[in-house]
Design a protein around this ligand. Structure first.
Ligand SMILES: NC(=O)c1ccc[n+]([C@@H]2O[C@H](COP(=O)([O-])OP(=O)(O)OC[C@H]3O[C@@H](n4cnc5c(N)ncnc54)[C@H](OP(=O)(O)O)[C@@H]3O)[C@@H](O)[C@H]2O)c1
Length: 241
């Protein structure tokens, strides 16, 4: 099984890449610079790295990138600095998701490709009744205005939910929504919910990146897990957090 990971040099993407290699997948990673990958990944015989950004690729290059991949994961996120948050590309995640989905469709694969997006518990699934208190609604409105990456995360999930939806013959999707991200070395028990069970703003939970990576790897490689969560936006919390 060959899979593609974007944002593989990031804190979560590198964990996901490692877990997919451990599961015996051949992993193609798209990174701005392969030097940002840890040595143990770079040296792994199951890893192929492609340098660049999907936004700068031609249609042909994108088609070649996704060809033969049964799953694609996006762990892209804006760098946490002034340029990353307030500078271009303002729609890094959304445009990357769109470009990759269009490339998959252009290839017309025999079996639908699984697209797994790393999203956020701060985003709502507008297909479900996910009530938001007025004060949270106001804070989210401000975040949308002032922090472009938040809007980008919302738009990326909206694209999958409304433009890929449930009827695309070439694509299926899931958007994983962690709460406040933590670094831990080991996978620990975690819980999955169809919708947030706490406020991401006023009573945030915690999610280890390694747990996010573990669940994303399971979605990409395990049919039972995929059957349960495809077309949905599971929220993941560390158990007991
Ligand atoms: N912080 C939280 O508590 C939290 C909670 C829930 C969800 N999230 C979301 O989770 C996602 C991933 O989080 P993370 O901590 O694993 O992210 P991260 O460590 O910052 O990794 C971000 C990845 O995106 C890549 N990237 C950034 N700007 C790029 C650009 N202009 N072009 C191409 N690639 C670019 C980075 O590549 P380089 O290595 O080349 O920089 C890196 O691979 C983000 O979308 C974030 O919004 C965060």
């Amino acid at each position: 099984m060959t899979v593609l990971v974007t944002g593989a040099s990031g804190a979560t993407g590198r964990l996901l890449t490692g877990l997919l290699l451990d599961r015996g997948c051949r992993v193609k990673v798209l990174v701005r610079s392969a030097s940002r990958l840890p040595d143990h990944l770079r040296r792994h015989e199951g890893l192929t790295s492609v340098e660049g950004s999907v936004l700068d690729m031609s249609e042909e290059q994108r088609s070649e990138l996704v060809a033969g991949c049964s799953s694609i994961a996006s762990c892209l996120g804006h760098s946490i600095n002034v340029r990353g948050i307030w500078g271009p590309p303002y729609r890094l995640v959304t445009r990357s998701v769109e470009c990759l989905c269009e490339a998959v469709r252009a290839n017309r694969p025999d079996t639908p490709v699984r697209f797994v997006l790393m999203n956020t518990a701060g985003n709502r699934n507008r297909d479900l009744p996910e009530p938001v208190a007025i004060r949270e609604h106001m804070v989210l409105g401000l975040l949308r205005l002032l922090i472009p990456p938040h809007r980008d995360n919302e738009c990326a999930a909206d694209y999958l939910r409304t433009r890929v939806g449930g009827e695309d013959p070439f694509l299926e999707w899931a958007a994983v929504r962690p709460d406040t991200l933590l670094h831990r070395d080991e996978v620990t028990p975690y819980e999955l919910h169809p919708s947030p069970v706490r406020s991401a703003i006023f009573h945030a939970g915690e999610t280890s990146r390694i747990n996010v990576a573990h669940f994303m790897a399971a979605l990409m490689t395990e049919d039972g897990v995929w059957a349960e969560w495809k077309g949905r936006m599971p929220v993941i919390y560390n158990t007991g957090a």
